[in-house]
Design a protein around this ligand. Structure first.
Ligand code: ZN
Ligand code: ZN
Length: 1016
C-alpha cells in the first residue's frame, strides 16, 4: 500500500531525476573546497536492514549539509563483493557444503556462481537507497571484484611485501571448521557469544608412583588427547596434598579451594623444582617421543583451576610457544572440518567441541577425572556461519602489523572521533592489543594473494598486471581474469631457472575494503590528481561494529601505504534496538523493515526519527511508533503550516518572491528573531556534528511556528483585501517557510524540496545553507515571549488540574515571578487572556493570594541537628506566617532555642481558597477557579458556538457565507443565549438568530441541555 507520503516523495524523486539535481549539486561546487567522504561498501547479497537506514541517513545528512555549506562532496558508491559470505550463499544455493564438494562441483563453475550471486539484491539496495533519499553515485561505483580494483590491491600488497612486512608463518590462528579457513583477529572480534562449557581437572600420574598425581586443569577438555605437557609457574609455591589414598600436586594458593578443609600437606616446593617431572597422560591414542613432562611458563597463575595447565600445542597460542621453547613434540588430532582424526578411536569423525562430555566420561572410566565444572564464558563464533571457532596451529600469510603498531597509535591520535571516547577506548584498546594480520584465506572467491613462490625459497609479488605479464612464462591476455582458478595457471620465471607457482590463498575481504581510498580510483594507475584531492577523507561514517572491521582495515592499509591516517574524522554509530532494548534480528522476529516503514510513513519521517531520537552514537530503542510520531509531530506539522500558507496565498495571489513589505507586528518580529536564533544554533551544532541537538532545535521551532505564530496570526489572513498587517503576515510566513525548508533540507530532503519548489520554483538542495542575520535577533523579545508561553502553559495546566474546560471563561489569573516579570508581560495581557480564556491578568503581588507552609528538610537539617530534629519539627509545625516571611527574607530564623536556615526548611506556597497554583521556570500562576453564574452562562454560550461551527463544517458551507441560525431549546437556555446575541454574531458569520424550530434541524447536547440547531 502506497501512502500519500510515499507517493509525494516519489514525485520529488522524479523531479530530481528529470533535473539531475544530485549531480548538479556536486557540479555547482566545482572548484570549491572538497569535503571528502568515503562510502563503506555494503555487500549486495543480503537485504538492507534498519541499521543500514541509520548509516545511510547520517551519511546523506552530512553530505547534503556540507554541500549546501559550500563544499564539493563527491559521493562514489561501492560494493563489497568478495569473501566467505558470498561463497556460503552459493553453497546454500547449490545445496553443497565444504571445500570437498566445491572441488567436486568445479572451482571454475563455483566462481562463476559467486560472481552472479554478488548482486542478488542490487535492485533492492538501489531502491532502498533511492527511497531513503540517499544521494550517492551508484552509476559509477567501485566494485572490489573489478580487475582495476584488484590491481590496486595488488599494488598495495606488493609494496608491503617489498617492505618485508608480508611473511609466511606458522602460528595458532582462529579457524572456522565449517568454512575451513582461518580468520583474522578483527573477524574473530565480531562474533563473540556467551556459551556454557565444561572445564575439567584431570589426573596425570607422576611417573614412578602409583598414587601421586599432577592435577592439570583445562577449559577445553576435548584437547586432552593431544596433551604434550603440563605447565607450572616457576615462582609459585606448589604443595603435595594427601587426601584419602591419593596424593595431588597443586598450587598452594588453590589447595584450600580444591580440597576444602579436609587435606594434609605432605610436601611443598617451588614450581621451578617441578620442571622435568615426567608423568603418564590420561590418554595414549597418539604416541609422542618428547613430552609428557612438566614445563615452566609465566602465563600460569594461581587465580583459577589448579595452577597447573594442560598444554596441547596445536590449539593455543601460549601452548604452542611453550612447546616450541621446550623443543617438545607437536600433536594434531583434529581434521580440517573440526573432527577427531582416526587415531582417537572412540571419538573419530566427531566434531571436537561436541565431545567435551565424552572426554569427561572417558576420564572418569579410567579414574583420571578429579573434577568437572560448568562455566559460562564469551566464546568466538564465525562472524558469517556462526560455527564455534577452534584455535589451530597453521601455516599462513601474515602482515607484520606489530611493526607499525606505534605508527597506527599515533595516527589514531590525529583522528577526531565521535563519540570521543572511541579514540582511547574501544578503538585505542584494539590497537594496543594488535597482532599480526592473518591475511590469507584457503578459499576460492576473493582477491588472489599475489605472491608466487619457488622451491628455491624465492618469492615474487607483482604489483600490477603489466608486471605480472612481464614476469610470466608464456603470454597473459590483456583482459586476464585475475580470480581463481585462472590466475593459478599463471607461472612466473624464477632467477634460479625454475618456475614459480602462485600461493593458493585469496585474501581477507577486510583488506579489500581497507584499500578503498586507493583502489576506488585505481591508484596509482588511474587519475592521481583525483586520488590526491580525495585523500584523506574528512569523514567516514559506519556502525560501531566496524571498529575492528572497516575502521581498522582502513587505518591499517593506509598506515602501511602512506604512513598516514586515511580519515580525519570517524562517526561511529550505535545499534538500532527494539522497543525493549533488544538487538534486532530476523530470527527473533523483532527486526524492522525500513522499506515498509518508508512506504507507510515516508522516508522523511524515518529519517527524522533516526536523526532526532538520540545521538547517532547511542544505541537507539526504535519501533514503528517512533517513526509514526516523527511523522505526526514533525512532518505533518510542517505540512499543515505550509497548507495554511498556500490556501491563503492562493486566495490573495500573494507572491512572496516579489512582495516582502508590510508593517510587521511584534509577533512577526518574534518569529523572525526565533528563526535567526535557531539558524545560528543549528549552524553551531552542525559544525560540531551534533545532529541530534540541531534536529531538536528545529523541532521546537516548528512547534512554535505552528502552535504559536500561525495560530496567533490566523485572523490576520482572514481579513479581506491586502492590509499592511496582512502583507507583513504573508511575507513573514513566506520567509520563515523558505528558510525552514533550507534548514531542514539535509534532515528531511523531500518535504523541504516540496515546500521550497512551490515557494520559489528552485531546488532547495542547490541553495546555500542559511546563515543567521544578527540584526534580526531580539533576545529580549524572545525571552519575553517565552515567558508568555510559559504563563499560558501553566494556566492551562491549572485548568486541567481543576477539570475546567478551555471554553469555560474564568475570572482571573495571578502571575508572579522574578526578573521584572510584571513589566515584561504587561504588553501581552490581551494575548494571555485570549489564550487562556481568562477575563483578567493580575501581575501585582498580593499577600492574600497564598500563605506558606514550612516543614523540616531532614536530609539537610538532620546531620547538623542530630537528636534535636524532633524539636525542630515540632517548632515548625507551629510556625506563624510572619515568621516564615522573616525566614524567607533573612535566610534564617530562631525558634524555640533553635536557629534554622532557609536551606533546612522546605517552604511551599499554599494558595488561598478557589485559587489553583501551578509553578515552573521561576513562575507562579494562580488561577481563580470560582465560577459565577455569569461565567457559567458565558461558558455555555461558547460551547453552543462551537457546536454551530462544527455543524457549519459538516454542511461544508463556504467560510465567508452569512447564514440564518435557528435554535430551539428550553426557555432558560433561550434566555441565556439572548443575553449573548452580540457574542454569537461576533463569532459566527450570521445574518440572524431565530429562536424557533427548523425542519432539518440537528439535535445537540450542551452541558446536559438539549438544543435543536438549524442553519440556512
Ligand atoms: Zn564459518
Ligand atoms: Zn627459484
Amino acid at each position: 500500500m502506497q501512502d500519500k507520503a510515499a507517493l509525494k516523495e516519489q514525485k520529488i524523486r522524479e523531479y530530481w531525476q528529470e533535473n539531475d539535481t544530485f549531480h548538479t549539486s556536486v557540479r555547482n561546487r566545482e572548484g570549491k573546497k572538497p569535503y571528502v567522504f568515503y562510502e563503506g561498501p555494503p555487500t549486495a547479497n543480503g537485504m538492507p536492514h534498519a541499521g543500514h537506514a541509520l548509516g545511510r541517513t547520517i551519511k546523506d545528512f552530512i553530505a547534503r549539509y556540507k554541500t549546501m555549506d559550500g563544499y564539493q562532496v563527491k559521493r562514489k558508491a561501492g560494493w563489497d563483493t568478495h569473501g566467505l559470505p558470498v561463497e556460503l550463499e552459493v553453497e546454500k544455493q547449490l545445496k553443497i557444503s565444504g571445500k570437498e564438494q566445491i572441488e567436486t562441483y568445479g572451482v571454475e563453475r563455483f566462481i562463476e556462481k559467486c560472481k552472479e550471486s554478488v548482486f542478488t539484491y542490487e535492485r533492492e539496495w538501489k531502491q532502498f537507497t533511492e527511497a531513503l533519499g540517499y544521494w550517492v553515485d551508484m552509476e559509477d561505483p567501485y566494485i572490489t571484484l573489478d580487475n582495476s580494483y584488484i590491481e590496486s590491491v595488488w599494488h598495495i600488497l606488493s609494496h608491503i611485501h617489498g617492505e618485508g612486512l608480508l611473511y609466511k608463518g606458522h602460528r595458532v590462528v582462529p579457524y572456522c571448521p565449517h568454512c575451513e579457513t582461518s580468520l583474522s583477529s578483527h573477524e574473530v572480534a565480531q562474533g563473540y557469544k556467551d556459551v556454557s562449557d565444561l572445564s575439567a581437572t584431570a589426573k596425570f600420574l607422576v611417573e614412578g608412583t602409583t598414587d601421586e598425581y599432577l592435577l592439570g586443569w583445562t577449559t577445553t577438555p576435548w584437547t586432552l588427547p593431544a596433551n604434550v605437557a603440563i605447565a607450572v609457574h616457576p615462582e609459585l609455591n606448589y604443595v603435595t596434598v594427601q587426601q584419602e589414598n591419593e596424593k595431588y600436586i597443586v598450587a598452594e594458593g588453590l589447595a584450600k579451594k580444591l580440597f576444602k578443609e579436609d587435606f594434609q600437606v605432605v610436601e611443598s616446593r617451588k614450581g621451578k623444582d617441578l620442571a622435568g617431572v615426567r608423568y603418564e597422560a590420561p590418554f595414549s591414542y597418539v604416541q609422542i617421543d618428547k613430552g609428557h613432562q612438566v614445563v615452566l611458563a609465566d602465563f600460569v597463575t594461581d587465580q583459577s583451576g589448579t595452577g597447573l595447565v594442560h598444554i596441547a600445542p596445536a590449539y593455543g597460542e601460549d601452548d604452542y610457544r611453550v612447546v616450541q621453547d621446550n623443543d617438545l613434540d607437536f600433536v594434531h588430532i583434529v581434521d580440517g572440518k573440526g573432527r577427531y582424526i582416526e587415531e582417537i578411536t572412540p571419538l573419530a569423525g566427531r566434531f571436537v567441541k561436541d565431545c567435551d562430555v565424552d572426554i569427561i566420561k572417558l576420564l572418569a572410566e579410567k579414574n583420571r577425572l578429579f573434577h568437572k565444572e560448568k562455566y559460562t564464558h564469551s566464546y568466538p563464533h564465525c562472524w558469517r556461519c556462526d560455527s564455534p571457532l577452534l584455535y589451530y596451529a597453521m601455516e599462513g600469510w601474515f602482515i607484520r602489523m606489530t611493526d607499525v603498531k606505534e605508527k597506527m597509535q599515533e595516527n589514531n591520535r590525529q583522528v577526531e572521533w565521535h563519540p570521543g571516547h572511541m579514540q582511547e577506548g574501544r578503538f585505542g584498546k584494539f590497537l594496543d592489543n594488535m597482532v599480526d594480520w592473518n591475511i590469507g584465506r584457503n578459499r576460492y572467491w576473493g582477491t588472489p594473494l599475489n605472491v608466487w613462490t619457488c622451491k628455491c625459497g624465492k618469492e615474487k609479488a607483482p604489483g600490477s598486471i603489466a608486471e605480472l605479464r612481464q614476469e610470466a612464462i608464456g603470454s597473459v591476455p590483456e583482459d586476464v581474469e585475475l580470480h581463481k582458478p585462472y590466475v593459478d595457471q599463471i607461472q612466473l620465471r624464477c632467477e634460479c631457472g625454475d618456475t614459480m607457482q602462485r600461493t593458493s590463498e585469496v585474501i581477507d575481504v577486510w583488506f579489500d575494503s581497507g584499500s578503498m581510498p586507493f583502489a576506488q580510483y585505481h591508484y596509482p594507475f588511474g587519475d592521481k590528481k583525483l586520488f590526491e584531492s580525495q585523500y584523506p577523507a574528512d569523514v567516514v561514517i559506519e556502525g560501531v561494529d566496524q571498529t575492528r572491521g572497516w575502521f581498522y582495515s582502513l587505518l591499517a592499509v593506509s598506515t602501511l601505504v602512506t604512513g598516514k591516517a586515511p580519515y580525519k574524522r570517524v562517526l561511529s554509530l550505535g545499534h538500532i534496538l527494539d522497543e525493549n532494548g533488544q538487538k534486532m534480528s530476523k530470527s527473533k522476529g523483532n527486526a524492522l523493515n525500513p522499506t515498509e516503514l518508508m512506504e507507510t510513513y515516508g522516508a522523511d519521517a524515518l529519517r527524522w526519527a533516526l536523526l532526532s531520537d538520540s545521538a547517532p552514537w547511542n544505541n537507539k530503542r526504535f519501533s514503528e511508533r517512533t517513526v509514526a510520531q516523527a511523522k505526526s509531530k514533525m512532518i505533518d506539522t510542517l505540512s499543515n503550516v505550509f497548507s495554511f500558507y498556500q490556501l491563503y496565498q492562493q486566495i490573495d495571489q500573494f507572491d512572496g518572491e516579489k512582495d516582502n513589505g508590510g508593517v510587521r507586528s511584534t509577533l512577526d518580529e518574534w518569529i523572525l528573531s526565533r528563526l535567526h536564533s535557531v539558524t545560528k544554533q543549528v549552524n553551531d551544532y552542525l559544525e560540531q556534528y551534533d545532529i541530534t541537538n540541531a534536529a531538536r532545535e528545529l523541532g521546537t521551532f516548528l512547534d512554535e511556528l505552528s502552535n504559536w505564530y500561525v495560530r496567533r496570526s490566523r485572523q490576520r489572513f482572514w481579513s479581506s483585501g491586502m492590509t499592511e498587517d496582512k502583507r507583513a503576515a504573508f511575507s513573514t510566513l513566506y520567509e520563515v517557510l523558505k528558510k525552514t525548508a533550507q534548514l531542514l533540507a539535509p534532515f528531511t530532503p523531500y518535504i523541504a524540496e516540496d515546500i521550497h519548489l512551490q515557494l520559489t520554483g528552485n531546488s532547495v538542495h542547490l541553495t546555500d545553507y542559511p546563515k543567521p542575520c544578527d540584526e534580526l535577533i531580539n533576545t529580549q523579545l524572545e525571552e519575553d515571549m517565552t515567558t508568555v508561553l510559559q504563563v499560558v502553559e501553566l494556566t492551562r495546566a491549572a485548568r486541567n488540574t481543576a477539570g475546567i474546560k478551555t471554553k469555560q471563561p474564568l475570572a482571573a489569573v495571578y502571575v508572579l515571578g522574578e526578573n521584572c516579570v510584571a513589566e515584561r508581560l504587561a504588553g501581552y495581557a490581551a494575548t494571555i487572556k485570549e489564550e487562556t480564556n481568562v477575563k483578567e491578568i493580575k501581575l501585582e503581588n498580593n499577600d492574600h493570594l497564598f500563605t506558606h507552609s514550612a516543614k523540616l528538610d531532614f536530609a539537610v537539617a538532620g546531620p547538623r541537628l542530630g537528636k534535636r530534629v524532633g524539636e525542630a519539627k515540632q517548632a515548625l509545625a507551629q510556625i506563624e506566617q510572619v515568621q516564615i516571611k522573616e525566614l524567607l527574607e533573612k535566610g534564617k530564623i530562631a525558634i524555640s532555642n533553635l536557629e534554622l536556615t532557609k536551606a533546612e526548611v522546605i517552604i511551599e506556597k499554599v494558595p488561598s481558597n478557589q485559587l489553583l497554583l501551578s509553578e515552573g521556570n521561576g513562575l507562579s500562576v494562580l488561577l481563580d477557579t470560582k465560577l459565577t453564574t455569569e461565567l457559567k452562562e458565558e461558558g455555555f454560550v461558547r460551547e453552543v458556538i462551537r457546536e454551530v461551527q462544527t455543524y457549519r463544517k459538516e454542511l461544508d458551507l463556504p467560510v465567508e457565507k452569512r447564514v440564518n441560525l435557528y435554535i430551539d431549546a428550553s426557555p432558560t437556555v433561550i434566555d441565556v443565549l439572548q443575553k449573548y446575541t452580540d457574542m454569537l454574531h461576533h463569532n459566527l458569520v450570521l445574518q440572524e438568530v431565530l429562536y424557533k424550530q427548523y425542519e432539518k434541524a440537528k439535535g445537540v447536547e450542551v452541558e446536559g441541555e438539549h438544543l435543536q440547531l438549524g442553519v440556512e
